[in-house]
Ligand binder design. Structure first.
Ligand SMILES: Nc1ncnc2c1ncn2[C@@H]1O[C@H](COP(=O)(O)OP(=O)(O)OP(=O)(O)O)[C@@H](O)[C@H]1O
Length: 245
């Protein structure tokens, strides 16, 4: 579903040029969840943003659903991969009712007004139809993140790019949102790339994990390997012991 070859991302020019992602390659099969872990600033979100078509500073090759994508995406290619961000407070317009928040992606892509799709979208993420009339501040953090997930699904993507999707939530609702994401993956045969600093989130969700350091992937692990303490790569060992355990 996702093929990335020699992805490079650099920002700025001349002396200010900063190479953030260096020759990264990976593949993700349909229905799989790939985790990406690494220290703050190592380039994880930049990889997700490049995949989503939100960042155009990349070179290399990105193919989604078997088709190479250019920096300028076609409408269909843009719809294939959608992002869910860490902070549902920041990613949802505070003064728009939920129905408008959910209809917006359809309207932006000229796929109709979208009003008839709002209630099914709410139901898909376990929220009552009456929430369509509410404003974001009338929802809890977990409910707001459910809305953000519903919005990401409005364009029927095949890929969700999840950037710390539960780290802004109370611990008590994190598991609910993760279970929702697992159920949706199953029901809709979605493919996920998930960035998280939380080992339990990675262990719960991912089939494979890539460890990123200063813009390169230095290791690949399975959840069984890190649960069983079978990490041999020195950087991964340090990272897992220091940041996650
Ligand atoms: N548009 C941009 N312009 C300039 N620099 C950028 C831009 N986007 C990201 N960067 C820089 O690229 C580096 C990697 O950022 P990125 O957000 O990908 O890291 P990250 O691994 O996701 O970190 P975190 O875990 O803290 O979210 C950072 O130093 C950041 O400042």
């Amino acid at each position: 579903m996702i093929e990335v070859e020699n992805l490079e991302v650099a920002f700025g020019k001349g002396d200010d040029r900063k190479q953030v992602v260096r020759s990264v390659s990976f593949k993700v099969a349909k229905g799989e969840t790939l985790g990406i872990v690494g220290e703050s600033g190592c380039g994880k979100s930049t990889v997700l943003r490049s995949l989503a078509g939100l960042d155009r500073h990349w070179t290399g090759r990105i193919a989604l659903a078997g088709q190479d994508v250019a920096k300028e995406r076609t409408k269909e290619q843009f719809e294939l991969a959608q992002m869910v961000f860490q902070d549902p407070y920041g990613s949802i317009h505070p003064r728009h009712r939920i129905e408008r928040v959910l209809a917006e992606p359809l309207r932006a892509m000229k796929r109709g007004e979208g009003w008839d799709r709002v209630v099914p979208a709410l139901e898909r993420v376990g929220l009552p139809a009456a929430f369509a009339e509410r404003f974001p501040h009338e929802l809890s953090g977990g409910q707001r993140q459910r809305v953000a997930i519903a919005r990401a699904l409005m364009l029927a993507p095949q890929i969700l790019l999840l950037d710390e999707p539960t780290s802004a939530l109370d611990v008590s609702v994190q598991a609910e949102v993760l279970n929702l994401l697992s159920d949706l993956r199953e029901e809709q045969q979605l493919t996920y790339v998930l960035v998280s600093h939380d080992l339990s989130v990675i262990a719960h969700m991912c089939d494979r994990v890539l460890v990123m350091k200063e813009g390169v992937f230095v290791d690949e692990l399975t959840p069984d390997a890190f649960r069983g303490g079978e990490i041999t790569q020195p950087y991964s060992k340090t990272l897992f012991e220091a940041s996650f355990l």
